[in-house]
Design a protein around this ligand. Structure first.
Ligand code: SF4
Length: 209
């Protein structure tokens, strides 16, 4: 596992969050918007959104119809608009206008689960976090980095706890970035590019998919 991660580190030396943001609040909103869509699509709507509603105070007072029209391209726009307005109100009312920098408080916000909270902790606050998304689940399963790799629907929290146990906390955020980028570029869901994969020599799933 650690040798394979060393190869991933060499092939993806400087991973970074693909969502554009300038404050923890903006990353939180962008991450909520990123569910079921691409980061590119989120980045296409956030400049206009943050131009008018870039703080919890401003977004908490926005009309939902206005927000819906701005974020329409990201899909699920009604639920997402409701979530980001509600979480803005929560931040203003419960956290004095500041995004909380801990898992417990972040996950009290509307539309925020552990994955979103870990993205914000790791990328906005520099607090180790390991977001588990569909790419992380797939790649860690194919590489047999986790014991429940046979499960069709493994528990993301279990995966987070198991994988984090194998690595130093300072690696967690970039480890997740690298697995996501690697899943997007090479270890695709339908047709993984095993012939070009740098982990081909040790991967138990190479060419068997
Ligand atoms: S060898 Fe294939 S299945 Fe294994 S990690 Fe690489 S792309 Fe994924």
């Amino acid at each position: 596992m650690h040798d394979e991660y060393g190869i991933l580190k060499a092939s993806i030396p400087e991973p970074r969050c693909a969502l554009n943001f300038t404050t923890p609040f903006q990353l939180l909103v962008a991450t909520v918007l990123s569910a079921q869509t691409t980061d590119v699509r989120v980045n296409s709507v956030t400049p206009e959104l943050f131009d008018s509603y870039g703080t919890p105070e401003k977004l908490s007072e926005a009309r939902i119809e206005t927000v819906e029209s701005i974020i329409h391209p990201v899909g699920f726009y009604h639920a997402k608009a409701s979530h980001i307005i509600t979480l803005s109100n929560q931040i203003v009312d419960d956290f004095a206008g500041e995004v909380p920098a801990n898992m417990r408080d972040l996950t009290t916000l509307a539309g925020v689960g552990r994955k979103t909270a870990n993205v914000v902790l790791g990328n906005a606050f520099g607090i180790p976090g390991f977001p588990v998304d569909t790419h992380v689940i797939r790649v860690t399963g194919r590489l047999r980095w986790r014991t429940d790799w046979r499960k069709a629907n493994p528990d993301p929290v279990h995966i987070e706890n198991e994988i984090c146990g194998y690595f130093e906390p300072k690696e967690w955020t970039n480890l997740s970035h690298r697995l996501i980028l690697f899943g997007r570029s090479t270890c695709h869901a339908r047709k993984p590019a095993c012939a070009d994969c740098p982990l081909r020599a040790t991967c138990p799933s190479a060419e068997s998919i």
